[in-house]
Design a protein around this ligand. Structure first.
Ligand code: XIL
Length: 398
């Protein structure tokens, strides 16, 4: 999949921002150099999660993934585990609880890697936000589904398979996870209009599969909070409006849903804090929880204004850029604290422990350039961004 296609599929396109203060050069060679003064922060707190009454989480690579937190490589595993224990009260498995990982052969479930993660998190009191029963990306669609479709099974038979998938997994993890992204990214712009994503699930079952997943999840695990999770909803607009219609319809018909997961793969200058606040407010008005589920803030985004991709990008993480990123993290957390009342705060999760393991570089930037979107640098040191999150949580000015 080409980078532009990935970008539009994953929703990182379209925005505005300005980045005039930072120095720009044409080579991306800084990743292994020693971080300069001002890009590493002396945190004013010991533990990020202690600043919040709600989960402060991070996505993790686990199992046998390259950057698994359980890696025996001393430059990958242990330092990530140390950081997570110190600063986070919840983990989201970035991949290992997706459909194909847990349920690759119909009727055979592979829970070992998820159990390893859940048990480890529990050992120091952290929770788990589970991700996700149903997602459309090809590599996550199990062959049993494709084969059943190819065999011409009826919609009823196919729906039974999905019900079984959700029911088995939700009941197995009942009591072990805090919450679920029940379905992920089911809304898309299809032929110029916002609507249900034309995934294989939608093609076979219409939109019904979405509510059926929520119903099955609630029946199998009455305790976990159930979220609808998507990207590019924090700016408001057509996608967000379509989602609100779906959610209002759920609420009207008592389809069980507890909250909305705002992925928030945002940019430095987009969306505006006003837009983000207004979107949170719409969910709060419906008395649903707001959870920031996948926050990351890259510096180099080909869709930022004044950005000429791919020749012209920020190749060094300068103190000026680090400060801007700190402020951006702080303002997003501040908006969350301001708009979302305590009882509706589902938590804030960043999508990756450290800049050495961010999905953006390989999957969105196609390895064309470096980036530094997370709270800890490649040497596992805290960045100003981590202080920014802390300041936001402590309600200090950004
Ligand atoms: C990404 C993972 O981080 C990658 O490792 C994987 O190769 C692809 O998926 N939105 C989501 C996540 O909901 O599941 C995606 O995770 C990132 C975008």
């Amino acid at each position: 999949m080409g980078v532009l296609l990935s970008l539009s599929l994953l929703g990182l396109g379209g925005c505005s921002s300005s980045d005039s203060s930072s120095e720009v050069s044409s080579s991306a060679s800084s990743s292994s150099s020693i971080p300069s003064a001002g890009t590493v922060a002396e945190l004013t707190f010991n533990r990020l999660y202690e600043l919040a009454d709600f989960p402060v989480g991070t996505a993790v690579s686990a199992g046998t993934e390259e950057f698994s937190i359980f890696s025996s490589d001393p430059d990958i595993g242990q330092p990530q585990r140390d950081l997570i224990k110190q600063h986070f009260s919840q983990v989201t498995p970035g991949n290992i609880m997706k459909m194909n990982y847990l349920h690759n052969q119909y009727g055979t479930f592979t829970y070992d890697n998820a159990n390893e993660l859940i048990d480890w998190a529990k050992s120091f009191g952290a929770g788990v936000h589970a991700h996700t029963f149903i997602w459309h990306r090809d590599y996550q669609i199990p062959q049993w589904w494709n084969q059943a479709v190819a065999a011409g099974e009826s919609a009823e038979q196919l729906q039974e398979r999905l019900d079984y998938h959700v029911t088995e997994i939700a009941s197995y993890f009942s009591g072990k996870v805090d919450s679920w992204d029940v379905v992920n990214e089911v809304i898309a712009n299809e032929n110029g209009q916002w609507g249900y994503r034309n995934s294989t699930f939608f093609q076979q079952l219409g939109a019904d599969y979405i509510e059926r997943a929520f119903i099955a999840a609630r029946a199998a695990d009455p305790h976990a909070d159930l979220y609808y999770n998507d990207y590019n909803i924090s700016p408001g607009g057509g996608k967000f409006q379509f989602m609100l219609e779906m959610i209002d319809d759920f609420l009207e018909r008592d389809i069980p849903i507890d909250g909305v997961g705002f992925q928030m793969h945002v940019h430095m200058g987009w969306p505006s804090i006003d837009a983000i606040s207004a979107s949170f407010q719409e969910i709060v008005d419906r008395e649903l929880k707001v959870k920031i589920t996948e926050l990351d803030i890259p510096i180099n985004n080909p869709f930022d204004d004044n950005y000429s991709y791919p020749d012209n990008y920020q190749s060094t993480f300068t103190p000026a850029v680090a400060e801007r990123q700190k402020r951006r993290y702080c303002q997003i957390v501040e908006a969350y604290m301001t708009v979302v009342p305590e009882e509706l705060r589902g938590g804030i999760t960043v999508w990756g422990v450290y800049d050495g393991d961010t999905w953006l570089i390989s999957e969105i930037f196609n390895n064309n350039h470096d980036d530094w979107p997370l709270l800890f640098n490649k040497l596992f040191q805290p960045k100003p961004a981590a202080q920014g999150v802390g300041d936001g949580l402590m309600r200090h000015s950004c």
